[in-house]
Design a protein around this ligand. Sequence first.
Ligand code: URA
Length: 231
Amino acid sequence: MRLDKYISQVTDYSRAEVKKLLRNNLICVDGESTKSASLQITNAQTVSVDGEALSRPGARYFMLNKPQGYICATKDGEHPTVIDLLDEPNTDKLQIAGRLDIDTTGLVLITDDGKWNHAVTSPKRDCKKTYYVCTHSTIPDNAAEQFAKGVMLDGELKPTLPATLEVLFDNEANLTIGEGKYHQVKRMFGAIGSKVEELHRHTVGGIVLDETLEPGEYRPLTPAEIELIKP
Ligand code: URA
């Protein structure tokens, strides 16, 4: 695809504005400044505007509202997978950016852009995920304090990183975490003596689950949503 067309597709810049950026040496392809609007770019190249890298040309990014009973894996002999819900070509190229348990519902991001996936899932990147949690009994008064300090999970050597708990009602809260250990939210509540009955992820790195998506439905991310996660 032509460089100017690609930039205007994945950003809010018009083709005329892109030409101006090119003239002002603000566009780089693979780290090299270019003035050529007609330069042909491929999937493997990284384009940046004023030092900010854009998503890969041609890469695919989706949000899906995961229903219960589906697993976050590309293949499974026993249960249906979130990939089975996609009506897309070449699904074998797609990766799930952050898995949810079979009984957890909500926002799942799916992409074939490995760098972008890494930015969502790497604990070092601290990409925040917010979960709505409903517990069996009243959430302890000091839960927010304990999660802010970090709690020890069974089998781990270090406490969890600081997390934010917003209690909504006696047994309902939003929990925001930056890591994604196995069953992390359920184990965090377990560590303070609570049992999670319902878990729904609604936000990942500033991308909010589209409320118009019914469970099982999905849509491509908008360019603005893709840019919220910096590879
Ligand atoms: N934490 C959990 O315990 N389960 C999930 O599905 C996601 C986060």
